[in-house]
Design a protein around this ligand. Structure first.
Ligand code: ARG
Length: 467
């Protein structure tokens, strides 16, 4: 049991208490950030004359060496230490002796852990963004290839109106694009450095907080030391953004599961992304999509957990806040893994275009357009709606589509029908006539695709700066 704070204690910590209290099992995940933060702190102490240049250089070199040794596996992080901060400091002292003992001058584990978690989370925000960008690239490719792939659009999971596959994919493009812009917002709000907040009240040493903030790539230091050590808003925001990403992935997964079903057969998931059954030889299951849908609950759980943890904490640091880590780490890894796997599944999925097309043909998806045709021939919309409703009923009884009826049959329902009705309600016409921006016609979609292409060509900070 290696601890940093034995001085005022007369008894050894009970083993169970030690284990209950320790965080080394999980905070070792940010050893690189802990060392990076310590290096910045020590450079600043050197610049301010709080440490001599020689001491500063020795400590920095030794911290770099410790990092290399952990990276290479030469130095193992063991649970003999209470947390990652103790592990690094103990190793430094072991290697440097008394000089190593000066590392923690003007710092507390409270601002240290606040910094580590922020650095680690910031990296996760950027990595998540990169993965979303890759997913958007896949979606855009499918959009470009399918501006004239007709499929039914649904409401209430009932066939509603014809759309295109490009249009359907474009809806998800919008969702993940918004998700990226949420990540950007979070980055901008969180990118301030808590180092120098001390335990809660800053320190009496003449620290240069601007300098450490700059060394660590922050916009500047946080402006209140009590908030600096106890703010986890950025983490809650990120977990919320991840929850939204998972919600979007889960909706998309649900659709793919439906599309991949024997009944729909709109898509076929590649063998590499499907699994079989141990008993039923014919099965090819969409497990990846189901797992993504299922793992959404875990990420929501992390968000609810942290919101609940934070709600009763008086200022400033309290040990409850150690609970910000495990579920967050799990949520980061889960969400990133899901985006990457989903992307792979989507990129390799085959679309059965003829099945989609037939499904659009057979579902009265052109009924609205047939009603609009009558309106254009002078019939009030409510009456037109009624006439087409009767026609649909007639077709259901005869097991046919509106397009299969003869002109004579149609004219029995309304004399307004003329030969051009067939052209007016063809799937192509239904789609092509929907020309407003955001609608499915190939023409409108081309405009949107050009916008999205331009968006993907830029980095998100450039994109956001313009708006
Ligand atoms: N393991 C702790 C955490 O994750 C580090 C900060 C400890 N600070 C303290 N005052 N005990 O929050």
């Amino acid at each position: 049991m290696a601890q940093l704070w034995g001085g005022r204690f007369t008894k050894e910590t009970d083993r169970l208490v030690y284990n209950f209290n320790a965080s080394i099992g999980f905070d070792q995940k940010f050893y690189a950030q802990d060392i990076e933060g310590s290096i910045a702190h020590v450079r600043m102490l050197g610049k301010q004359g709080i440490l001599t240049t020689e001491e500063m250089e020795q400590i920095v070199a030794c911290l770099e060496q410790i990092k290399q040794d952990v990276d290479s596996g030469k130095l193992e992080i063991t649970d003999e230490y209470e947390d990652i901060h103790s592990f690094v400091e103990a190793n430094l002292i072991e290697r440097l002796g008394d000089t190593g003992k000066k590392l923690h001058t003007g710092r507390s584990r409270n601002d240290q852990v606040a910094l580590d978690m922020r650095l680690y989370t910031r990296l996760q925000v950027l990595e998540t963004d990169e993965l979303l960008k890759e997913l958007l690239t896949t979606i855009l490719k499918i959009m470009k290839e399918n501006t004239d792939t007709i499929m039914p659009g649904f409401t209430h999971l009932q066939k509603a109106q014809p759309i295109t596959l490009a249009h359907h994919m474009g809806a998800y493009f919008e969702m993940f694009k918004r998700d990226r812009s949420r990540l950007y917002d979070i980055f901008v709000r969180m990118n301030y450095c808590p180092l120098g907040s001390g335990a809660l009240a800053g320190t009496t040493y003449p620290l240069d907080r601007e300098y450490t903030a700059e060394l660590l790539g922050f916009f500047g230091p946080t402006l209140n030391s009590m908030d600096g050590v106890s703010d986890r808003d950025y983490l809650i925001e990120f977990l919320s953004a991840l929850s939204t990403i998972m919600m979007h992935l889960s909706r998309f997964s649900e659709e793919i599961i439906i599309w991949n079903s024997n009944e729909y057969q709109f898509v076929e998931i590649d063998d590499a992304y499907s699994t079989g059954s141990s008993i039923m030889p014919q099965k090819k299951n969409p497990d990846i999509a189901e797992l993504v849908r299922g793992k959404t609950g875990r990420v929501y759980g992390a968000l609810m957990s942290l919101l609940t943890t934070m709600k009763g904490i008086p200022l400033a640091y309290n040990k409850d806040m150690q609970e910000d880590k495990e579920l967050s780490f799990d949520a980061f890894d889960t969400a990133k893994g899901c985006i990457a796997l989903f992307n792979g599944m989507l990129a390799t999925m085959r679309f059965n275009k003829d099945v989609m097309r037939k499904s659009a043909n057979n579902g009265f998806t052109n009924a609205t357009d047939a009603a609009d045709y009558l309106v254009n021939h002078g019939i009030p919309f409510r009456d037109a709606h009624g006439i087409i409703g009767q026609i649909v009923l007639y077709c259901i009884e005869k097991n046919m589509a509106i397009d299969d009826m003869s002109l004579e049959e149609l004219q029995k329902f309304s004399p307004a029908f003329e030969q051009d009705i067939f052209e007016a309600i063809s799937m192509e016409t239904c789609v092509d006539k929907r020309l407003t921006i955001g609608a499915p016609s190939p023409q409108a979609m081309e405009q949107v695709i050009a916008i999205q292409e331009e968006y993907l060509a830029k980095n998100w900070w450039e994109e956001e700066e313009e708006t």
